[in-house]
Design a protein around this ligand. Structure first.
Ligand SMILES: [Ca+2]
Ligand SMILES: [Ca+2]
Ligand SMILES: [Ca+2]
Length: 281
């Protein structure tokens, strides 16, 4: 039986700035360097009121490394100093932008507190002016708009994160896919037993091919796409906790491959067949 704890904060409604100018990419820039690299920025705030967020971040990082990602192309931020608002935005606008280009895939993952249209960085524990630790949809949009990549996958395991998938949200633009752990007015829960956010637990199971019958890889191409991982996690999250309904905004044509099946699964299946054969004998 799951023991569920809430990681929610209070709600407030944001409105879109109607005077905001629509940013356009510089069309004169070359469309990438011909090499399709992958870059991931993974954030788990790791504060006492979000007890599983460091596990969430490390599980996501390890799933990528185990299944085809280069360790040097992943940055994982946890704790007060690394997962502060300033550092998260600096890493998007600095490290990510310096490395990625138009033909690369970018993955951003966040686990922590959130409310409608906002996430809260680790320095929420310092209190003070909320603008010091809250990161708004517009601030995220401004940061991600600096990237050239046309395949940016953004994952939130935070309360009310479904708000980022709404069409009126500044973040939901072409070239981005947004996966949220819950609906726009819902709580995203964590499990004391699983030591993960519920959505992240199932998402990392899918990305790790840790599903006994291969249900996550629905098209059986030995890869798990962002879409496949999402729908695998979505149904299981809601079955485990019926008040939580993960959401998706898909502004990218085609599937975005996240992980590729490593040989370990084949070895495990081989061992299973070996065991069955000898058990029968
Ligand atoms: Ca490239
Ligand atoms: Ca760039
Ligand atoms: Ca697949």
């Amino acid at each position: 039986m799951l023991i569920l704890v809430s990681s929610t904060t209070s709600a407030s409604i944001i409105t879109k700035d109607k005077n905001e100018k629509i940013k356009t990419k510089d069309e004169s820039k070359p469309k990438g360097d011909g090499i399709s690299n992958k870059w991931a920025l993974i954030v788990g705030v790791g504060i006492a009121s979000c007890p599983y967020t460091t596990y969430d971040a490390l599980d996501m990082k390890n799933a990528l490394i185990k299944h085809g990602w280069n360790t040097a192309q992943i940055k994982c931020l946890t704790g007060l100093l690394e997962a502060s608002k300033t550092n998260i935005l600096n890493k998007i606008e600095g490290w990510l932008d310096l490395n990625e280009d138009a033909d690369d895939t970018v993955l951003f993952y966040f686990s922590g507190h959130g409310y409608y249209g906002h996430i809260c960085a680790a320095n929420i524990i310092e209190g003070g002016d909320p603008s010091n630790y809250e990161i708004s949809s517009k601030e995220l949009d401004d940061a991600f708009s600096k990237l050239e990549s046309e395949k940016v996958v953004i994952i939130f395991d935070s309360c009310m994160s479904g708000s980022f998938t709404d069409l009126i949200n500044p973040l939901s633009k072409s070239g981005r896919m947004i996966l949220s752990a819950c609906g726009s007015l819902e709580t995203s829960v964590g499990s004391e037993e699983l030591k993960n956010g519920l959505f992240t637990y199932y998402l990392s199971k899918a990305l790790n091919f840790d599903d006994e019958f291969g249900e996550a890889d629905t098209n059986n191409d030995k890869c798990v796409s962002a879409e496949e991982a999402f729908y695998y996690a979505k149904i299981r999250t809601t079955i485990s906790y019926p008040l939580q309904h993960p959401k998706i905004y898909d502004g990218i044509s085609g599937d975005i491959t996240i992980t590729k099946q490593s040989r370990s699964r084949n070895i495990n299946l081989h061992n299973l067949f070996f065991f069955i054969k000898h058990f029968k004998n």
